[in-house]
Design a protein around this ligand. Structure first.
Ligand code: GTQ
Length: 348
C-alpha cells in the first residue's frame, strides 16, 4: 500500500505560498503550533528585582517635576524589561510606585480596573474609597474595587509612597476599560474611618447582608498591625516547607479573594529558614515588607531588602532563604486562572 502524499516542497515554494495566503490575512498554523500550544508555560516575562534604595531618589524627583494634580496619578510604572512599552510587570498585571507630597490631592476618579495599594514609605496620606477615608500606614494592604470612586491625599508632612497593583493588562486584553473623572476634586466623606472594617471585617456582617460571589469585598483595608499580629502568632508553629507561614487575604463575607482578578498573600519566613522549590502558573509580584531574604528564581539569586519588588514569572521555580525574619507581601492573577480551571502548582 502506498503511503499518503508527503510533499517535499522547498523553503522558497513555501515562502511564496505564505506570501499569497498572507494577502488573505491567513497564516499557516504549522509554523507556530509549538509556540501556541507549548508543553508547559514559556513565559516571556523576565524575573526582575527593583531595589527600593535605588529607586527612591527617582520617585522623589518626580515630585519636583510634576504635581499630583497635573499628573492625575504621579506614578512610576515598574515595567518588566521583556515587556517595555506595555505598562506591565507580568502579562496580566501592572505595578507602579505612586508618590503623593504633603498637601497634595490625587483627584477623584473611577475605572473598571481594580487596584490594590501596599503602603511602603512615609506617613500622613489617606485614600478614600466610595465615601470612606483610610489612613495609609506602612504595610497596610488597601483595595480600590472596580468602579468605586477614589482619591488620595496627604495631610502629613512627608512624601508618601505606595505600590499600586492593578489588573490593567487583563482589562485591556478584554477591551473592557471604562473610566470617568469626578466633578469634585475629592469625594465627600460619608462614613467615619474604620466603618467598613467594623461592619464587614470583624467576623460579622450586617444582619441582612448577603454578598454575591463575584462582588468585591466591602473590607477595603487590611491593616498591617492585624497582618503582622496574625503572622507572628502563627509563626509559633511549624513552617510549611514551601512557604514558611503563608496566608491568603480574603473577602470575609465570601471566603474568596478580596478582588475577582487579583489574589494577595502575606508570608512570614523565619530567620534561617529556606523554602523548597515551588512553581505555579500565576506569575507573582513579591514585596519585602520586613527583613532580608535571598530569592532564587530558576537558580538566579536576588537579595531582597525592605520595600524591594521582585517579579517571579509563571512556572519559574522560586525558593526563599531568609537571612533575618522576613515578611513578604505578594499578588497575582490566581483567581482568574482558578475561575477558568487553568491554575496549576508544582511542589518540589
Ligand atoms: O490610583 O487610581 O498606578 O488609576 C494606575 C492607574 C494608580 C489610581 C495607578 C490608576 C491609579
Amino acid at each position: 500500500m502506498e503511503a499518503t502524499a508527503t510533499p517535499t516542497k522547498t523553503g522558497t515554494e513555501r515562502s511564496a505560498y505564505y506570501a499569497r495566503i498572507g494577502q488573505h490575512s491567513m497564516t499557516p498554523l504549522w509554523e507556530v503550533l509549538g509556540a501556541l500550544v507549548p508543553p508547559q508555560p514559556r513565559s516571556p516575562v523576565e524575573a526582575t528585582l527593583w531595589r527600593y534604595a535605588e529607586l527612591r531618589e527617582h520617585v522623589m524627583e518626580a515630585g519636583r517635576l510634576i504635581t499630583a494634580e497635573e499628573a492625575e496619578r504621579r506614578v512610576l510604572i515598574l515595567e518588566n524589561p521583556a515587556l517595555r512599552g506595555h505598562s506591565s510587570i507580568t502579562q496580566s498585571l501592572y505595578a507602579g510606585l505612586q508618590l503623593i507630597m504633603p498637601g497634595e490631592v490625587a483627584p477623584a476618579h473611577r475605572h473598571t480596573q481594580t487596584a490594590l495599594r501596599l503602603v511602603l514609605d512615609g506617613e500622613g496620606a489617606y485614600t478614600a474609597v466610595d465615601g470612606e477615608r483610610t489612613t495609609m500606614r506602612r504595610g497596610d494592604f488597601i483595595i480600590t474595587p472596580a468602579w468605586t470612586w477614589h482619591d488620595h491625599g496627604n495631610l502629613g508632612h512627608e512624601p508618601v509612597v505606595w505600590l499600586d497593583g492593578l489588573d490593567i493588562p487583563i482589562v485591556r486584553f478584554l477591551d473592557a476599560g471604562f473610566a470617568e473623572k469626578s466633578e469634585a476634586e475629592h469625594q465627600a466623606v460619608l462614613r467615619p474611618e474604620g466603618d467598613a472594617l467594623a461592619r464587614y471585617g470583624a467576623n460579622m456582617v450586617p444582619v441582612d447582608f448577603y454578598q454575591q460571589p463575584a462582588e468585591p469585598t466591602k473590607v477595603f483595608v487590611y491593616p498591617w498591625e492585624r497582618t503582622i499580629a496574625s503572622l507572628k502568632a502563627i509563626s509559633a508553629g511549624t513552617p510549611d516547607a514551601h512557604f514558611g507561614h503563608k496566608q491568603r487575604y480574603i473577602n470575609p463575607a465570601t471566603g474568596r479573594s478580596p478582588m475577582p482578578t487579583m489574589a494577595a498573600f502575606s508570608q512570614l519566613i523565619p530567620a534561617g529558614f529556606e523554602t523548597r522549590a515551588y512553581r505555579c502558573t500565576d506569575g507573582t509580584v513579591y514585596v519585602c515588607l520586613k527583613g532580608r531574604a535571598q530569592a532564587s528564581v530558576e537558580g538566579v539569586t536576588y537579595t531582597l531588602n525592605e520595600n524591594d519588588v521582585l517579579v517571579v514569572p509563571s512556572w519559574h521555580a522560586v525558593q526563599f532563604h531568609a537571612s533575618a525574619e522576613t515578611v513578604l507581601f505578594s499578588y497575582s492573577d490566581r483567581p482568574v486562572q482558578q475561575a477558568l480551571g487553568l491554575w496549576r502548582e508544582l511542589r518540589a
